[in-house]
Design a binder for this molecule. Structure first.
Ligand SMILES: [Zn+2]
Length: 481
C-alpha cells in the first residue's frame, strides 16, 4: 500500500463554494484510500462536500473527512469520515471535532450512525437521558428526503439534539401534545450492525406516545442536560471584534463577502453597526455572533416552517425549547425586549450627526427595517438615535404620503421603497459613485422613469469597466420586464 507522507506536518484541505466530488478527489489523489473503501464495501454517506480534509497519523495520510456547509454557510456539518482499517482506534473523530470547535465553530453531524453517537457519548459531547434516548450538544442534521414522520411532514431538513439508540435514528419531537415525531430513515451501517430494521418494525403509536411523554415530563431537566453538555464543549469563543472587525475595519468574514461581491460596502457597514447594537443590547450571544452574521448576509429568508410548535419570535423558524439561541437568525431566545431597550439606551451614543438627512432617506431606512420584520419599537428607536428626527415628524411624513398605516407598509409605501434612489443604488451595487450626488441628480430629474434616470446619470461618467457592468446589468433587467 502506498501511503502518502506529510513530513512537513501539513494537512491538505480542499475547499469550494460549489460542490466537490468526494470519489473524484479520492481516485485522483488518494488511490490507496479509495481502494480500501472499495475493498471493504464501505458506502460513502455523501458523494459531495464543500470541504475535504486529510486525516493524518504520524505524518501519514490515513483517512479523510468531509463537510457540507450549504445549509448555513458558516457552520459546518460533518458528512463523511473514513480511516484506513489498521489505523482505527486513534481518536480521529474526537480530534477532528475538537480541532474544528477550537479553531472555528461547533460543527453538526449529518445523519450519524449509532456508532458515531456512542463515540460522542464517550467523548462527553452527548449523554443518555434514558436507556435508549441520547441528548447531544452537537446537533444532528437529516436531509429532507431522509426524514420520516408519524404524521404530516413537509420536505424540510431536520436539525435535532436527540437520538434513539434502539431504532438508530435522529429524532425530533415536533409536537409533544399530539405525539408528532420526526425521525431519520435507516442507514445501511445500522441495518447491518445493529439490526435496526427489527426495532423499527415495532414502531407504533405507543412508541411515539411514550417518547413524547418523556419530553413532556422531563422538559426542564432535558434542557439542563443539553446546556451542561454545551458548556463543556471546547469551543472557541468569538469576540465581537473578531466577527465584525474593530472600529474602521472589516473582519475577515465581512471582507471576504465584499471581495467575493456577495454584498456591497454600504450593506456591510449597515450590518456591522446593526450587529454591534444588538450585541451590546444582549440580543446576540457570543456563541451566536457568527450565525447572526450569516443570517444578515443572506437575503433570502423566505423559508417558513409551520409544523413546529415553537418558533423564533424574530425570524419565525422552528426552535427547540432546548436552544439558547435561534440557529437560523442567531437571536438570544432568552432576551427580554424591555431589558434590551434599556441596554440600548445606555450603549448607543446619543450624539447625532449634524448632517441634515433628506426625510425621504430616513423614511426609506425606517420602512426597510419594517419590511425586514424588525420590531417597530426598535426601528423607531434606531432611527431617532441615528438621525436628527423624532418619531412624530417621521410619522407625520409617512402619514401625509400614506406610506404607513396600522403598523404596516401600505401599497403606496411599497411603491415609495421601489422607486427610491437608494433602492437602485443598492440593487445595482453603485457604491463606486457618490450616493449623495446620485440622489441629488435623481430628484432633479424626477419626472423621468427611474431606470432612465439611473442610465442617464451613469452615462455622464468615463466608461470604465465597472460602470459598463452596472449599465449592462440595468439594461438586462429592463429587457426582462
Ligand atoms: Zn430566529
Amino acid at each position: 500500500m502506498n501511503i502518502i507522507s506529510r513530513n512537513d506536518g501539513t494537512q491538505r484541505v480542499f475547499l469550494s463554494e460549489g460542490t466537490l466530488n468526494v470519489s473524484e478527489i479520492l481516485q485522483e489523489y488518494y488511490p490507496e484510500i479509495y481502494d480500501s473503501i472499495q475493498k471493504e464495501g464501505f458506502i460513502l454517506k455523501y458523494s459531495q462536500c464543500n470541504l475535504f480534509k486529510e486525516l493524518i497519523f504520524e505524518n501519514n495520510v490515513v483517512g479523510f473527512c468531509s463537510y457540507d456547509f450549504s445549509r448555513e454557510f458558516m457552520t459546518l456539518a460533518l458528512n463523511n469520515i473514513y480511516v484506513l482499517p489498521k489505523y482505527r482506534g486513534n481518536s480521529f473523530l474526537l480530534n477532528e471535532l475538537t480541532s474544528t470547535m477550537a479553531e472555528q465553530n461547533k460543527p453538526s453531524i449529518m445523519e450519524p450512525t449509532r456508532l458515531i453517537v456512542e463515540l460522542l457519548i464517550e467523548y462527553g459531547f452527548s449523554s443518555k437521558i434514558t436507556d435508549n434516548i441520547v441528548a447531544s450538544a452537537i446537533e444532528f442534521v437529516v436531509p429532507a428526503d431522509h426524514v420520516l414522520s408519524n404524521g404530516e411532514y413537509g420536505l424540510e431538513e431536520l436539525s435535532t439534539h436527540f437520538y434513539d439508540l434502539d431504532i438508530c435514528a435522529s429524532i425530533h419531537i415536533l409536537d409533544a401534545e399530539r405525539s408528532h415525531v420526526a425521525y431519520s430513515a435507516p442507514l445501511n451501517y445500522d441495518i447491518i450492525h445493529y439490526d435496526c430494521i427489527e426495532y423499527r418494525n415495532g414502531l407504533c403509536d405507543d412508541y411515539f406516545m411514550d417518547i413524547s411523554q418523556i419530553f413532556k415530563d422531563r422538559d426542564v431537566e432535558i434542557m439542563n442536560v443539553i446546556l451542561d453538555l454545551e458548556e463543556n464543549l471546547p469551543l472557541k469563543t468569538y469576540t465581537l471584534d473578531e466577527i465584525i472587525g474593530p472600529e474602521g475595519e472589516f473582519s475577515f468574514y465581512i471582507q471576504s463577502m465584499i471581495d467575493d461581491a456577495h454584498i456591497t460596502q454600504q450593506k456591510a457597514l449597515e450590518i456591522k453597526s446593526q450587529i454591534r447594537e444588538e450585541y451590546e443590547a444582549g440580543m446576540i450571544l457570543n456563541d451566536s455572533l457568527l450565525i447572526r452574521l450569516a443570517y444578515l448576509f443572506d437575503e433570502n429568508h423566505d423559508g417558513r416552517i409551520t409544523l413546529h410548535d415553537d418558533v423564533c419570535p424574530y425570524c419565525g423558524m422552528p426552535t427547540d425549547t432546548h436552544d439558547r439561541f435561534c440557529h437560523f437568525c442567531g437571536i438570544n431566545l432568552d432576551y427580554d425586549f424591555d431589558e434590551m431597550e434599556n441596554a440600548l439606551f445606555n450603549s448607543i451614543s446619543h450624539e447625532k450627526s449634524d448632517f441634515e438627512e433628506d426625510i425621504r432617506f430616513i423614511a426609506y431606512k425606517f420602512l426597510k427595517m419594517i419590511e425586514e420584520k424588525i420590531d417597530m419599537d426598535y426601528a423607531i428607536f434606531a432611527i431617532e438615535n441615528t438621525y436628527n428626527i423624532n418619531w412624530n415628524e417621521l410619522n407625520g411624513f409617512l402619514d401625509v404620503n400614506g406610506y404607513f398605516a396600522q403598523d404596516h407598509i401600505t401599497p403606496e409605501g411599497c411603491g415609495f421603497l421601489k422607486s427610491h434612489p437608494l433602492h437602485f443604488w443598492n440593487k445595482y451595487h453603485m457604491e463606486i459613485i457618490d450616493y449623495t450626488d446620485f440622489e441629488n441628480y435623481f430628484y432633479i430629474h424626477e419626472d423621468l422613469a427611474s431606470i432612465e434616470i439611473c442610465l442617464n446619470y451613469l452615462n455622464k461618467f468615463e466608461k470604465d469597466e465597472y460602470i459598463i457592468d452596472i449599465i449592462n446589468e440595468i439594461k438586462k433587467d429592463c429587457s426582462n420586464f
